[in-house]
Write a protein that binds this ligand. Structure first.
Ligand code: FES
Ligand code: FES
Length: 153
């Protein structure tokens, strides 16, 4: 075990962990930030997406030892009270079905909208296509991203 200092959701967080521990398990098992989900564990599904320095990444593939000095944001830190424009649009459009993939969808969309202010439908589909939804809520996801983009631009 080693000590690490993480910049997590705007706060400094001290942890002790095996340097090879994936961030996903540190978030969920040590820090009780269970909004980030485990889907495949091999970088294929997107359920575990968080932001590192504002970029959407898969927390199942990152070890804690890679993260000192980096700004980590999870779904719990995306907005103060669940009111990010994407979260509002998600609720209004009633996007989730089982809900399992939705954290990853929102975190991927949030990083995308920080880069592309007025995306086309094709750009949204392209940005989101690696986030798998077993319930196939893709049409609603695209609509919600479009609504949030309009409000954010
Ligand atoms: S759990 Fe990380 S990509 Fe699937
Ligand atoms: S809402 Fe069920 S997996 Fe996406």
């Amino acid at each position: 075990m080693e000590k690490f200092t993480l910049d997590l959701n705007g706060k400094t967080q001290q942890i002790e962990a095996d340097p090879t521990s994936p961030l996903l398990w540190v978030l969920r098992d040590q820090l009780d930030l269970v909004g980030t989900k485990y889907g495949c564990g091999i970088g294929q599904c997107g359920a575990c997406t968080v932001h590192i320095d504002g970029v959407a990444v898969r927390s199942c593939l990152l070890t804690v030892s890679q993260l000192e000095g980096k700004r980590i944001t999870t779904i719990e830190g995306l907005s103060e009270s669940g009111n990010h424009p994407l979260q509002e649009a998600w609720k209004e459009i009633d996007v989730p079905q089982c809900g399992y993939c939705q954290t990853g969808q929102i975190m991927t969309a949030a990083a995308f909208l920080n880069e592309i202010k007025k995306p086309s439908s094709e750009e949204i589909r392209d940005a989101m296509h690696n986030n798998i939804c077993r319930c196939a809520s893709y049409n609603k996801i695209e609509k919600a991203v479009q609504v949030a983009a309009e409000r954010m631009s």
